[in-house]
Design a protein around this ligand. Structure first.
Ligand code: GRG
Length: 298
């Protein structure tokens, strides 16, 4: 049962966000500092909150899901650090702060991303080691970790990133655009929700409904990001806008125009909400989050 607000889950996450980074040797302190810099730079924590909420929605305890929620945020943060590097999107501002490589240099920023990714896997594996004598608890943890690793991996986020990089300055079909958006962005959102559901020992029906919710939310998230890059407020967003057009990126507004992109965003938001309509009393957080995203651009 979900009985916390988005802000309450975020506060729980923030309180523990550094707990699963191993004690780093003093000789590698720059690595720790640079990892910590991006982790504490003010992310919205949407993916880990979704994970914690999905866990409780299905009957689990958010506190027990923390290693996986933090792992999710470590992986997300690594992807942003790497995405901002000069060899990728070459951004100097993220979450309202200078990007990691602007402060620490390209080499350290690359390693900070690598370190966060490794810390994510270590956090989940270490938690699993504690459940060898409880097969059911171990099973849901192994399944949750698999959801996360798959969403972040070479058929998920990394596949989306390479497709995105290769689509730059080229004509992009609608089919390829959907593939990029689903893999690069939606898969991490889907894996957060499904991992949380697994940790909460979900039923098949709950998993199915939550997955449909997350698929629509995930795509809505990227369409929203595309629209904001055209008409968002740099100060509110904490990053430069107009980057997609300047880099000839494949985006919804570029292919469909702004009005059609906004219509699509509304359609995806409604579909996300509909997927959980039968749980209305217990699904308010999910519904509000979908609506909050959609209203960011209206
Ligand atoms: C480098 C393997 C690799 C992948 C990078 C995440 C990503 C893939 C690229 C980022 C490009 C981008 C801005 C995509 C739009 C969707 C997105 C992931 C936005 C950032 O997520 P938020 O808004 O960020 O949740 P905060 O800062 O709140 O955590």
């Amino acid at each position: 049962m979900i009985d916390r607000t988005f802000e309450e889950y975020k506060a729980l996450l923030d309180e523990h966000i550094l707990d699963f980074i191993p004690d780093i040797d003093q000789k590698s302190i720059t690595l720790y500092d640079s990892m910590k810099y991006s982790i504490l730079a003010g992310g919205k924590r949407i993916r880990p909150v979704l994970l914690l909420a999905a866990c409780e929605f299905c009957g689990g305890k958010a506190e027990e899901a923390l290693p996986y929620a933090c792992a999710m945020e470590y992986i997300h943060t690594y992807s942003l650090i790497h995405d901002d590097l000069p060899c990728m999107d070459d951004d100097e501002l993220r979450r309202g702060q200078p990007t990691n490589h602007v402060i620490y240099g390209d080499a350290v920023a690359t390693l900070a991303g690598d370190g966060l990714q490794a810390a994510a896997y270590e956090a989940m594996q270490r938690d699993m080691l504690l459940y060898f004598d409880n097969f059911d608890a171990l099973k849901s943890r192994v399944r949750a970790a698999y959801e996360i690793v798959k969403g972040a991996g070479v058929t998920g986020m990394v596949a989306g990133q390479i497709a995105d990089v290769e689509a730059e300055n080229k004509r992009c079909s609608k089919e390829l655009l959907d593939y990029i958006h689903i893999t690069k962005t939606a898969d991490m959102i889907i894996s957060a929700v499904r991992a949380g559901a697994r940790l909460g020992s979900c039923s098949e029906q709950e998993l199915e409904n939550l997955t449909v919710y997350a698929e629509n939310l995930g795509l809505a998230f990227q369409v929203c990001d595309d629209i904001l890059d055209v008409e968002g407020d740099e100060e509110l967003l904490g990053k430069e806008v107009g980057h997609d057009e300047a880099n000839s990126k494949a985006t919804y507004p570029a292919l469909y125009g702004l009005d059609e992109s906004k219509r699509k965003l509304r359609e995806l938001t409604d579909a996300a909400k509909d997927a959980l309509a039968e749980y209305y009393d217990n699904a308010e957080l999910f519904v509000e989050l979908a609506e909050m995203l959609a209203t960011r651009v209206s």
